[in-house]
Ligand binder design. Structure first.
Ligand code: FB9
Length: 486
């Protein structure tokens, strides 16, 4: 329809001067005419030139004045020849009373006494309404009148874009339908010989391939895994979200009345609520060290309860796995080991913009003879420098299972501030010696979360945009590569 109108018009006429007027004459929407002009111009059937015109359009208020008359005229007409009280007039025209009286007074159409409103003239013309209707009809009006309407915000300027159009080098009054596919029917009928096929557009982009995409967390996890592997660490088996309180707390010398062991901080399981088996001889040594110490420690001096240690929970840290691995290491002939883990942990804490009830903990540990705090500081510099963080500082901290402990800070150039990037420490003898590790063996360890670096690296400030059922899958599809490490 629109294509025939444009091509047909140019068969008998030199040019379409204004696509807007042409659309109006043909009773076709200007958008449809513009789309056809752009398409035919692309195939060189037409030669189209941009036209840009500033034109005035009515604001919503302007539309209402064009429809119902200006408020000053409506107000004037509401004042009877014998006059009216202000109160009655305001009741008659509440919505336009204020603006109507102001403008009518300014036009010297009415006089406002203390109580009474009276006419000063017998008749008024609604020029404002007339101008607005002229603009609606695309007629030009004087610049002073335009300024007056602009001041009252009854009109606003709008850039109108259209085209003037002439025949192009490949003009034809009626475009042959070009075939886009060679079909079986074309071959059977033999009409493929006459059909005109659309030219290949070798510049057309192919359909984007749908495929799997890695989540930003997995990309950062992969990079951190590579850093640990390059440093000679082995991955710990973390494929058990459910853990016993024994391995999660007691084995780490974390006392049974510690607040972190409360159900306000920890998710305990209803079913199965208790663990089935624990290494009984080791449990006995753990009980002893909690109650009365040993190995140079005086313990906590409380009555340690087996049923507390038996409670199943969702592990609150991957250090539960570390304790299992260190116990296993102590059962044979000791050999130094460097282990790491990256997996989900669960805490029954208040959630907010950057914290959920679960997160992925990254943990590294080195178990060897003669390790000192200096070794820990050194390995932390090595590890974090591979993450691009070389400016570190350490702050004394407390963990139930490490002494000494340190919070780790890094100066973030982008954020221009020191950012807490993790926690660390040396596992206590009360944890290591009941396992059966030799007395000259120490373990240095540290931890951080996977979400924090990922959110910073990907510029995500709400954890729900990164993890959970509200994640925008297009973020997963379009997020860039993560390249960390040396
Ligand atoms: O990840 C944390 N911060 C962080 C890490 C990297 C990073 O990289 C940016 C690209 C530059 C930015 C920030 N933190 C640890 C510090 C804070 O975010 C903290 O507020 C939140 N912490 C979590 C625990 O909070 C409930 C992060 C998580 C954490 C804290 C401690 C450990 C593990 C994870 C630990 C440990 C540990 C200690 C001793 C022995 C063994 C393990």
């Amino acid at each position: 329809m629109a294509e025939e109108a444009v091509l047909g018009y140019l068969e008998k006429n030199e040019e379409i001067l204004d696509s807007g007027k042409f659309a109006e004459e043909k009773g076709i929407s200007h958008d449809e005419i513009v789309n056809v002009i752009k398409s035919l111009n692309g195939f060189r059937l037409l030669d189209a030139q941009d036209i840009k015109k500033e034109r005035w359009v009515l604001t919503q208020e302007g539309e209402s004045y064009a429809k119902d008359g200006s408020p000053e005229v409506q107000l004037f007409l509401a004042v009877p020849p014998e006059g009216i009280t202000r109160e009655d007039l305001q009741k008659l025209k509440p919505s336009i009373y204020k603006i109507g009286t102001q403008q009518a007074i300014k036009n010297k159409w009415i006089e406002m006494g203390k109580l009474q409103v009276s006419r000063k003239v017998d008749h008024v013309d609604d020029k404002v309404r007339d101008f607005l209707i002229q603009i609606q009809n695309g007629e030009a009006i004087g610049s002073d009148d335009i300024d007056a309407l602009k001041r009252r915000k009854l009109i606003s300027s709008q850039m109108w874009k259209g085209y003037s159009v002439k025949k192009g080098p490949k003009y034809t009054p009626k475009r042959k339908k070009v075939a886009t596919d060679l079909t079986r029917e074309n071959l059977l009928r033999g009409d493929w010989k006459e059909i005109e096929f659309k030219e290949y557009n070798f510049l057309a982009k192919g359909q984007p391939t749908e495929g799997g995409c890695l989540h930003p967390l997995l990309k950062v996890r992969r990079q951190i895994q590579m850093i640990f592997l390059q440093m000679g660490f082995e991955e710990m088996p973390t494929n058990n979200f459910v853990e016993s309180s024994f391995w999660n707390f007691d084995a780490l010398f974390q006392p049974q009345q510690h607040p972190a062991r409360d159900s306000h901080d920890t998710f305990f399981l209803k079913e199965p609520s208790t663990t089935r088996t624990l290494p009984e001889d080791y449990v006995e040594r753990v009980k002893q060290v909690h109650e009365s110490g040993g190995y140079g420690s005086r313990g906590y001096g409380y009555e340690w309860k087996r049923e507390e240690a038996n409670k199943n929970l969702l592990r609150t840290h991957t250090t539960a796995v570390s304790s299992r691995m260190l116990y296993a290491l102590a059962q044979g002939t000791f050999a130094p080991k460097s282990y790491y883990s990256i997996d989900r942990v669960f805490r029954n804490e208040a959630v907010d913009r950057t914290h959920l009830a679960e997160f992925h903990q990254i943990e590294g540990l080195i178990c060897d003879r003669g390790l000192t705090l200096g070794h820990l500081i050194g390995v932390l510099h090595d590890f974090f420098s591979r993450l691009g963080m070389s400016k570190l500082k350490f702050k004394p901290a407390y963990n139930p299972y490490t002494e000494p402990s340190m919070e780790i800070f890094s100066y973030h150039e982008g954020l221009q501030k020191w950012v807490e990037i993790g926690n660390s420490g040396m596992f206590r003898p009360e944890m290591l010696l009941p396992m059966g590790l030799p007395e000259d063996v120490q373990v240095i360890a540290w931890g951080l979360s996977l979400e924090r670096p990922t959110m910073i690296l990907y510029g995500i400030d709400n954890i729900r945009d990164l993890f959970g059922h509200k994640v925008d899958l297009s973020l997963i599809k379009r997020n860039p590569l993560c390249r960390l490490g040396i």
